[in-house]
Design a binder for this molecule. Structure first.
Ligand code: DC
Length: 225
């Protein structure tokens, strides 16, 4: 069967990763969470106290970063490796979430991540989720889905996710972090988050995971056949 590239973009906590993951599993495609790559770079910068406003420092730091994904059979998804260390849990913590949008505005960081993402898509048969996948990483993707959900639904979803890692989390902090990231992600100079002209909007506020997946699979079917 013909293999295609599927770009899934949208704001934070719209459920795009859940959809992208389910889609990849169903189709036996590779799933790539591009946000995890920006999170791992952010973690490295925080640990090494890199000043990301300083281009020379950023360029030197990027040379020391290797990013890989390692399949975790228990979870049925890949974990993020930073220089061979599994950082999957740490990159989801608030400390990284607070800084990742800022780090993602840095041109050199984006070029570094995008080059690797494009390489992953060379053989097609891939579902990648992120902010600029349909616009910058794979502008020729056969299918582009732009996922949206009502703001209160997104805050609730994010809160639930973070609560599992840290039960002392406060819902107001989660809301503020989401609003801040929405703003930075959509206002940055280099490849801001925006819906590609040829993307299909999927609002999942009132959809179950199964309903959402069914809609996406229908779109895939149309593109393949
Ligand atoms: O999908 P996520 O919330 O884990 O992404 C974390 C951050 O990474 C997000 O706030 C913006 C950035 N990001 C990006 O700039 N481009 C992407 N393709 C994916 C994520």
């Amino acid at each position: 069967m013909k293999k295609i590239v599927i770009a899934v973009d949208g704001y934070s906590s719209t459920g795009k990763s859940t959809l992208a993951k389910a889609l990849a599993k169903k189709m036996n495609y590779v799933f790539v969470d591009s946000g995890a790559m920006y999170r791992a770079i952010t973690l490295y910068f925080l640990r090494e106290r890199i000043n990301w406003d300083n281009t020379a420092e950023v360029n030197a730091a990027l040379q020391n970063i290797t990013l890989d994904f390692e399949y975790n059979a228990e979870k049925g998804k890949s974990d993020m490796l930073l220089n061979e260390e599994n950082v999957e849990v740490e990159i989801r913590e608030m400390l990284v979430s607070e800084k990742v949008s800022d780090v993602s505005t840095v041109k050199e960081v984006r070029e570094f991540a995008v080059a690797q993402q494009q390489k992953m898509g060379e053989k097609k048969g891939i579902v990648m989720d992120g902010r600029d996948i349909g616009t910058t990483v794979f502008p020729d993707a056969e299918l582009k889905i732009f996922v949206t959900a009502a703001p209160e639904v997104r805050v609730e979803r994010r809160f639930k996710q973070l609560y599992e890692i840290n039960p002392s989390i406060n819902i107001e902090d989660v809301k503020k972090n989401l609003e801040m990231r929405d703003y930075i992600d959509s206002h940055r100079e280099v490849s801001p988050l925006r819906q590609a002209d040829d993307a299909i909007v999927l609002d999942n506020s009132d959809l179950t995971r199964e309903e959402q997946l069914a809609k996406a699979l229908k779109l895939v079917d149309e593109r393949i056949n």
